[in-house]
Ligand binder design. Sequence first.
Ligand code: A3P
Length: 272
Amino acid sequence: LDQAPPDGAVAPNGSARQLPHTIIIGVRKGGTRALLEMLSLHPDVAAAENEVHFFDWEEHYRQGLGWYLSQMPLSAPHQLTVEKTPAYFTSPKVPARVHGMNPALRLLLILRDPSERVLSDYTQVLYNHVQKRKPYPSIEEVLVRGGRLNVDYKALNRSLYHVHLRNWLRFFPLHRIHIVDGDRLIRDPFPEIQKVERFLRLSPQINASNFYFNKTKGFYCLRDGGRDRCLHESKGRAHPQVDPKLLHKLHEYFHEPNKKFFELVGRTFDWH
Ligand code: A3P
């Protein structure tokens, strides 16, 4: 880090910071960290470690592209820079801003079963509260109001993928948005990552041997130059048990939105 050049400047070894060539725009709890880590296995990819929140947080956006650039990792000229901020997908002002930076950008969007995503979203917030020793309502309490599904629960809205994707399609053609199947990425990551390599026109350098299933974690972990590592323990948490009737209501709620989404992207997903 000591040798990092000033923003945008070139270091003696030829490395510099570059604005992203691709952005993982979401969805929150879709598997965005897994996707970023897996993509980083590629030698021609340089990834920003933290979520940058440039396009969605005013205090960052105000500081302009120079600030954004300063948040990017050092990279060689041939490398693709990628950042991930899952909140971009559901933030209506973001697509125009991203387009303003680079209308030819390729975008990555990782989605998973909308109901499962809601449970993952709930679990994330629950854990945040537990960590701060604050109380948090049960899953039933957030999902049900007056005997019906509480459609005001924000996590439900984040799973209405067709609504959010429409905002992006006003600025980016569908062929520039690659949708990663987050459920498949969990079950068998390599084929999903190969598709991403092709979409980004990267040479095929990530191998099946870069992934191994870790029985203790219950998820695939990464093997990189003999080094094994799993994602942080906050990734791959058990979800709350939900009453089957309530789960059914959740599945029903997403039925029509999912159909709309499949029509929008001309592709179906194996969702409830
Ligand atoms: P859960 O913890 O609810 O299972 P994000 O990084 O966008 O927050 O997504 C987190 C989700 O990534 C996790 O949600 C988990 O299901 C999923 N995931 C996908 N591949 C994973 C992997 N190899 N290891 C751990 N979690 C993975």
